[in-house]
Unconditional design. Sequence first.
Length: 232
Amino acid sequence: MAVGRETTPPEGIDYQFAWAEDFVAYRPIAKSAADFIVDTVKQHPGEITIVAVGPLENVADALRKEPKLPKLVKRLVLMSGSVYASAWSPGPVAEWNVKQAIADAQAVYSAGFALTIVPLDLTTYVRLEDGERQQLRDSRAPLPIALESLYRLYLDGPAARMTLHDQLAITETEQPGAFFAQKPTLPIVVDSEGFTRVDGARGKDVSVCLQPRRDAFMRHYIGRLLATDGSR
C-alpha cells in the first residue's frame, strides 16, 4: 500500500478517516503512490492496467514524474465522469471524482492514455437490491458478511440502495466490455467546472462504457463474492 500526497477533503473534514484510525494490520510503504506507479510500470512496460476509482491526484502526479507514462501503460480504467443522462440527472453533471481534482483530471484525460471510463451514465442504474443483499447475508462467508455489514452502515435507511460505481470499473478492468451494451469511443475533454464534455475539436479519444447489462454483471459480482472464503 502506497500513499499519495496530502489533499484537502471536501469541506475540510473526512469523516471516513475515523473508521481506519485504529487499523494497523497493514502499514503504507515509504515510497509515494506516484513513485510506486512509475516504478512498477517501467518494470513492466505495456503490461500494466491501472484502475482508478477516486480523484486522479496519484495518476496525475505519476504522469508529471514520467511524461511517457501513457505509452508505458497498457490501459487506464476510471470510475469517472458523466457524459449523458443518468438515473440521477436528465443531463451530464460534474462527477465527484473529477470535480474534486479538476486540474489533475484535465491532465490525465488529455495525456493520451488508452483510456476507458465507467461514468455515472450507467453506474447509477446498478444498485444492490434486497434479495441480492440477502444472498450475501445467507452465505455465512466472512467477506460477503463483512461487505453487507458495511453497506448497512453506509446507507441511511432500510429503503436505500448501494450503488455499485467502483465495482463496475473493476469488472470492466477484468473483463473489458463484457457487461455493457455500448462502448463508443468519444472525444472527451474536462472543462474548468469538472464536466466531461464531448468535444470534437479539443477532446481526446476515450472509450465510454454505456448501457449496463445489469443482471449479468450482478450474477458475476455476487458469484465472485460468494466464491471466496474470506482469505484473500
